[in-house]
Write a protein that binds this ligand. Structure first.
Ligand code: ADP
Ligand code: ADP
Ligand code: ZN
Length: 219
């Protein structure tokens, strides 16, 4: 069992690579962004609270996201976890360490995906996805084979995220550099940090991540 974090700014390719790892290695993707989007749809009080924050590009409170992860980990099985978009603050990183420790697990690798801001704007503005199966596409770099139709499940409900606009991205990047980028130093110090060039093609990034997992302690 191998538990890893994919760390990187919005649009770095975390979700895309997480999905590959699920397919190739049977790992379990835990995306707090996906969990929060589900919570919004459910119309609960928590869902209403997070909706406005997400649309503005700010971070949802640590209490809420840690609660969501805690709930998922409670029923944890043996397969390795991919934390995608979590942790995003030092408080979340501490909470994750404690939660994994309680389950007798530990992080095997924190993989930082490096992408510069100019590329992120292009990534985010071309992103669309399938709400039915979670597949992620891009107008230029990864279009569906048939326009308007999901390659994986055939759905024709492809959507663009409300927060994938220039204004919200500016806030999300600022949040990333202020609150999330410090985790790079945190995990470097812990000896868990690996970095990949997120600007490379999707298959190349997947290869670099596979190499890290095959060389890391437990994989
Ligand atoms: P991206 O794929 O662009 O990195 P996500 O889908 O991970 O974005 O997250 C979308 C939004 O959900 C974030 O802008 C933030 O408002 C909220 N969010 C997701 N994960 C977290 C987290 N770990 N802590 C706080 N807010 C989060
Ligand atoms: P994140 O989860 O980090 O926000 P995504 O996986 O959603 O990022 O990727 C953001 C956008 O960039 C998507 O439209 C995706 O298809 C595209 N993308 C992902 N990885 C690459 C890559 N290596 N090269 C080019 N485009 C990519
Ligand atoms: Zn689909």
């Amino acid at each position: 069992m191998t538990d890893i974090i994919l760390l990187g700014p919005p649009g770095a390719g975390k979700g895309t690579q997480a999905r590959r790892l699920v397919e190739d290695r049977g790992m379990v993707q835990l995306s707090t962004g996906d969990m929060l989007r589900e919570a919004r749809k459910s119309g609960t009080e928590m869902g209403r609270k997070v909706a406005a924050v997400m649309d503005s590009g700010g971070l949802v409170t640590d209490e809420i996201v840690i609660g969501l992860i805690e709930e998922k980990l409670r029923g944890a099985t043996g397969a390795g976890f991919i934390f995608d978009g979590f942790p995003r603050t030092l408080a979340q990183a501490d909470a994750l360490g404690a939660l994994l420790g309680r389950l007798g697990r530990r992080l095997d690798a924190v993989i930082e995906m490096r992408v510069d801001d100019a590329a992120l704007v292009a990534r985010i503005s071309g992103r669309y996805s399938c709400p039915d199966c979670g597949a992620v596409y891009h107008d230029e770099t990864r279009p569906t084979r048939v326009a308007g139709k999901c390659d994986d499940c055939g759905s024709e409900n492809l959507v663009r995220r409300a927060d994938d606009n220039a204004e919200s991205l500016k806030t999300r990047l600022m949040e990333y550099y202020k609150k999330t980028a410090p985790l790079i130093g945190y995990y470097y110090h812990a000896g868990d940090l690996f970095s990949v060039d997120g600007l490379a093609a999707i298959d190349e990034v997947a290869g670099a991540i596979a190499n890290i997992l095959d060389q890391s302690r437990v994989a």
